[in-house]
Design a protein around this ligand. Sequence first.
Ligand code: GRF
Length: 208
Amino acid sequence: MKKMENRKLAILLSGRGSNFIAIYDAIKRGDLEAEICCVISNIENAQGLNRAREFGLTSICLPSRGIEREEYDRMLVKTLRSYNPALICMAGFMRILSPEILKEYPSRILNIHPALLPSFPGLHAQRQALQYGVKISGCTVHLADAGVDTGPIVLQRAVEVMENDTEETLSARILEQEHQIYWRAIAQVLDKMQDEQDSKNILGFVRE
Ligand code: GRF
């Protein structure tokens, strides 16, 4: 089947960047057919941004401190546009998106969250799960919308909560699964976009 031409990913991160590295590794291994066109961080010394530089990827710091949300997102959109990503992957990007960016990339922004949404959105999802006493938690990749960890779910993985789990041990087991599902979810969404494009081409419509 003819592959969709644009399989470029823009990565947005604020911290450690282990999910970004898992995506990068999946591409390197040939498991995910995609290309990282840029890595953008709102935090100057984010570990993930340093790794992106080491990998020789286009690495951009757009500091968000002191900038109003809409204005920041307008800057972000301007930067993103110049790299023409097919998909935007939030990988530990600690910001809520405004309509400025959502309207520019409808259904094209992914996020990963360390809980089985819609349970435990927001910060410290693993701590919330332990405090609630659930026996199963996990992780979710979903399309981002204007809410906090809301939007259509693409993939989930369940992780059993053990009797003696701490926030650290549970987080570590969930993170292993995050690294397994994010690139698979990206592949699914890119393939779906390609199918839509193919069917539009058949009908004589051309996607912009
Ligand atoms: C992950 O747990 C992710 O689910 C959440 O933020 C964390 C980012 O970790 N959104 P990393 O920076 O990818 O290592």
